[in-house]
Structures are given as C-alpha cells and as structure tokens.
Ligand binder design. Structure first.
Ligand code: NAD
Length: 354
C-alpha cells in the first residue's frame, strides 16, 4: 500500500491527542518528522513515539525532502504563515480549525494552495461524526420537510475545567479569540454544511469569568439564504460533571414535517417525521448509525478525528479533493467574523449573495 510521508508542525494538545497517534496508526501514512519551537515538547513527543527527525524551525522541515504532507497544529494566528510556506514547497496540508484569524489571511492561504495545486483540508472533524452525516443525509432527502428553525449549542469546559493545562483556549484567548471563535467555528461549519450559506448575522457575547479576558459565552442569530432561521450558542463552563451537560450540546433542526436533534459530540440523533410510520407509532426515535462502546468516553469523537485523517490521506493517494475544503472553512470564518462585527457595530451584518 502506498504510504504518504507526513510531518506534524506544532506538537501541542491537538497534535498529541489526534494527529500524531492517527498518522502512526493509519497504514496509509508514515510519520517522518515533527516540529515545535518548544524543545521540551519536541523531545518528549519524539521520545514517546520514537520519531527520528525533529525540527525547531518548520521551514527546515518543509525543505528537508522528508515529507509530502503536513498537519498544521500551531496556534490559529500562525496558520496562514505555515500553510502558505508549505503550499509553496508543494506539500499537501491538513490545517487545524479555525482556518485563520481574518479574511485577508484566509484569502492568501487559499490563493497559495490553489496556485500550488496541493491538497488542502481544514480540521472540521465534527463533520465525520456518523450522526451528523445521517442528519445531513436526512435533510437532503427532505425527511423533515423544509428546515424552518435550527439551533446549535455547545457547552465545553474551555479554559476553565480540568482540561486547562491541555487546552489551547488560554493561549488563543491571548490572541483575543474567545468561545465564539474557538467553539463557535465548529458549529458555524456544521450549520453551513447542513443548511447552506448564511445571509444575515447578529450576535451577543458575554464574559462571566473576568480573568479570561475574552467572550466565554455567545449567542449568534443567523438567517440562511434558504430562509431557515438559526442560532449558535456556546459557553465555556467549569463543570464538575461534564456528562450532565450532554442534553445541552446538540444541533436541533425543525422542519415543516418533523425534527432532528443530533448530539454535537456523537454518536446519536433523535428523529421525528410526520411522514414516518415509526414516528407515528413511537414518536421521536433514537438513531445511532455506528455503535460505540459506551464505556469509552467520547469514542465517537475519536472516530471523527480518525476519519478526518484518513480522508486527508486518501485524498492524496487517490488524487481527489478532501471532504472539508478551504473554501468551506472560509465560509465558517466569514460567519464568525461577521458575528464579531455585528457586536462591534451593534447592527445586523448582511452578506452579499455570492
Ligand atoms: N479540531 C479540534 O477539535 C481542535 C481542538 C483543539 C485545538 N484545535 C486547533 O488546533 C490548533 C492548536 O491548538 P492546540 O490546542 O494544540 O494548541 P497548543 O498550544 O497545545 O499547541 C500548539 C503548539 O504549537 C507550537 N508552536 C507555536 N509556534 C510554533 C511555530 N512557529 N512552529 C512550530 N511550533 C509552534 C507550540 O509550542 C505548541 O506546542 C489551534 O488552531 C486550535 O484551534 C482544534
């Protein structure tokens, strides 16, 4: 089997939890090199996974001739610089989400990857959750009729809970990126993927823990071009029992003939349709498209990361486009930036039809 030679740039939380182990486990890839400016992290990760080639400067990794693809797992404010340099070296890129911090960076990244012809994917892993894929399929088949209302809500511990040491949020917060930017970008991507482009956005943010210095809760109202009205609600909370919030993290879409509730982190969705005999007999039914071991926490989420990495590798091997494109990631960024702009200007931000 053809193996893609890969490198990982930035060896923090998401690289250690997702990219590095998945590249090692996937038979389609060979992890050749890693890079981090932090020598301690670099040594620790290289030793743990027996990785021979290590770099402090990502440009040296790109020019080493060791890799044909990289994951970009540096903080978001550095994505554009690294992605553009990788594309100029003819190296395929899987870039973590969100795409960038502003539209200028995003445009420059997309221009660089398009000019070089490399594969470019953005890490919106939630799309690979089997329940979200089923939700999209049901929407496309018209199983709940025409979507009228959509609500996406996600509660995470953000920088407050016991994940504080590992989370990127405090560092991202230094760059003025709060819960809306960090968690909201996943929901923005899922909503656009399921419902199409937005036409108008307004938002409110709040900060309940002053020391974080950025928004730790946000509500965004979105009108989509297809007429659906939606909302995106996110909050970072310090929760002793995170599982108790399970019911509060979902995407709920109500249509003219029914509704779908899809768990943000998987694995299930609830479905009700006035056209379905099962719904008539049993009301709202629970569907779990792929069964996971309930004893393994967030196994569905791990699966979504595994699928994301596999999709990227397959796109290189089979020379097809990856499932999450840079253009799509730019639409999610546009929505989030418009939400912040609405807060700044205290007005509804409308999009020109494109
Ligand atoms: N898909 C998801 O669910 C998800 C989850 C968490 C984070 N992320 C994204 O992943 C990215 C990284 O987040 P994280 O939580 O891993 O952050 P992190 O701070 O834990 O890791 C970032 C690493 O990059 C290194 N770094 C910084 N500048 C560098 C440079 N110039 N060259 C090489 N290495 C450099 C840092 O030393 C650090 O080890 C962010 O864009 C974040 O939004 C995505």
């Amino acid at each position: 089997m053809r193996q893609v030679k890969v490198g990982v740039i930035g060896c923090g939380h998401i690289a250690q939890e997702v990219h590095i182990p998945n590249y090692i486990q996937n038979p389609k890839s060979k992890l050749e090199a890693i890079c981090d400016t932090n020598q301690d992290i670099l040594n620790e990760v290289a030793m743990k996974h027996k990785i021979k080639h290590v770099f402090n400067d990502y440009r040296e990794l790109l020019n080493s001739g060791l890799v044909e693809a990289v994951s970009v797992c540096v903080p978001t404010s550095l994505h554009s610089k690294v992605v553009i340099d990788a594309a100029r070296c003819g190296i395929h890129v899987l870039c973590e989400k969100p795409l960038a911090t502003n539209m200028k960076e995003a445009d420059e990244m997309l221009e660089a990857v398009s000019r070089s012809g490399v594969k470019f994917m953005v890490g919106f892993n939630r799309r690979f959750l089997p329940n979200h894929l089923k939700t999209k399929e049901y929407l496309e088949k018209g199983k709940i009729g025409r979507p009228i209302l959509a609500r996406a809500q996600m509660i995470t511990t953000g920088p407050y809970g016991n994940e504080i040491e590992k989370s990127s949020c405090p560092k991202e917060a230094e760059k003025r990126m709060g819960s809306l930017f960090d968690s909201g970008s996943h929901l923005a991507d899922l909503m656009i993927w399921m419902l199409g482009k937005p036409s108008a956005v307004s938002a409110s943010i709040s900060t309940h823990e002053d020391e974080v210095g950025v928004d730790d809760s946000a509500v965004v109202s979105v009108k989509f071009e297809n007429g659906t009205l939606g909302s995106i609600c996110v909050a970072w909370l310090d929760l002793p029992d995170y599982q108790a919030m399970e019911d509060s993290r979902k995407i709920e879409i109500i249509g003219t003939n029914g509704k779908i509730e899809s768990d943000c982190l998987g694995p299930s969705l609830y479905f009700y349709s006035t056209n379905s005999l099962i719904s008539k007999l049993r009301g709202k039914i629970k569907i779990t498209p792929v069964k996971f071991d309930p004893k393994i926490p967030h196994e569905a989420l791990s699966w979504s990361y595994k699928k994301e990495i596999d999709d990227f590798l397959t796109s290189i091997i089979k020379n097809r486009e990856p499932s999450v494109s840079g253009e799509q990631a730019k639409e999610a960024l546009r929505l989030i930036l418009a939400a912040y702009e609405s807060i700044r200007s205290k007005s509804v931000v409308t999009f020109k039809t494109r």
